[in-house]
Design a protein around this ligand. Structure first.
Ligand code: AMP
Ligand code: MG
Length: 294
């Protein structure tokens, strides 16, 4: 488990003055440990998360919505795999947001997100999310033209309006028992180059490569600026962003596991209490089973 203060430094709850450049993707919290210690800490972190998830699941009131955003190779898939390993799969749902289908494009952009929300007691993971509609769609305005909107609704204010919609959507979720926690996985341009090269050169990784990854990389600066604007406009108390340094994968996983655990702990979910009737039933069942021995 990482000291709380380390998590605090990645949490963004208000956008004023937010600058992505203030967050170093190479950071590993100035904590005095190496990758190997980090892996051991992650095991501890995942066990703790798993115990907390059991309570969340048993209580069945709150849901946690974990939103993962980040440029290609930032480590979204690895985080899902490593952080949620050991957590009861019955209480977890993962949804990956790809290019929208015809059916999805026949609805507003929040529709597909709404349908994929986790049920009470579950942790829902959005691998990419409705935020793509203020990211990739903003970087490639032609995608906006494919969204079948009435043309008069596409104005210069559209991104500001989407931020407002998203803030209100997330406030609605938080007010109704679905806690949004958003992670921006922050890697450097240099690290992305290494990871793309690794994909190209490793036969076990090549399936993940898409020619679009290199084309999108050419738009690196544009992406950084829309990520920054997104966080500036959608970081709130009820739905914070965590800007996670991801150049060191093991550190990023540790941060995400701890952030999730801390938020679930703060919800303080409890196992359902027994009524006196339940207690009587349990006594009777216990007695019946013991009596079988006789
Ligand atoms: P991957 O995460 O590598 O499987 O790629 C999924 C692709 O779908 C990414 O290139 C995303 O930018 C793209 N995508 C996700 N949501 C949208 C959207 N709303 N509009 C257009 N493209 C999207
Ligand atoms: Mg990809």
């Amino acid at each position: 488990m990482l000291p709380d203060k380390i998590l605090d430094r990645y949490r963004v709850t208000k956008g004023d003055g937010f600058k992505l450049a203030d967050f170093d993707p190479d950071d590993s919290g100035n904590v005095d440990f190496e990758k190997k210690d980090g892996q051991e800490l992650l095991e501890v972190g995942v066990k703790r998360l798993s115990r907390l998830q059991q309570r969340l699941y048993a209580e069945g009131r709150w849901a946690v919505l974990m939103v993962l955003q980040g440029i290609d190779t930032a480590g979204k898939d690895g985080i899902i795999q490593h952080v949620l390993t050991g957590v009861n799969p019955q209480g977890v749902s993962v949804h990956s947001f790809k290019q929208p289908s015809h059916l999805e494009l026949a609805h507003d952009y929040l529709w597909r997100a709404y349908r994929a929300l986790p049920q009470r007691g579950h942790i829902g993971i959005f691998n990419r999310s409705y935020y793509e509609d203020v990211l990739v769609v903003r970087v490639h305005p032609e995608l906006l033209q494919d969204q079948n909107l009435p043309p008069e609704l596409i104005t210069k204010d559209i991104w500001k309006e989407r931020y407002q919609d998203i803030n209100e959507f997330e406030r609605h979720l938080a007010r109704n028992g679905t806690l949004p926690i958003k992670f921006f996985l922050n890697i450097s341009k240099k690290e992305q180059r290494e990871r793309l090269l690794a994909r190209l050169e490793d036969p076990n990784k090549i399936w993940k490569f898409s020619a679009a990854d290199v084309a999108e990389r050419r738009l690196w600066d544009k992406y950084q600026s829309v990520y920054e604007d997104m966080i500036r406009n959608t970081a709130t108390e009820h739905s914070p962003w965590y800007v996670v340094p991801c150049n060191k994968k093991w550190f990023a996983r540790l941060v995400v596991a701890d952030v999730l655990a801390e938020h679930i702990k703060a919800l303080d979910p409890s196992f359902p209490k027994m009524s006196s009737e339940d207690a009587a039933d349990i006594d009777a069942a216990h007695k019946e089973l013991l009596d079988e021995e006789k």
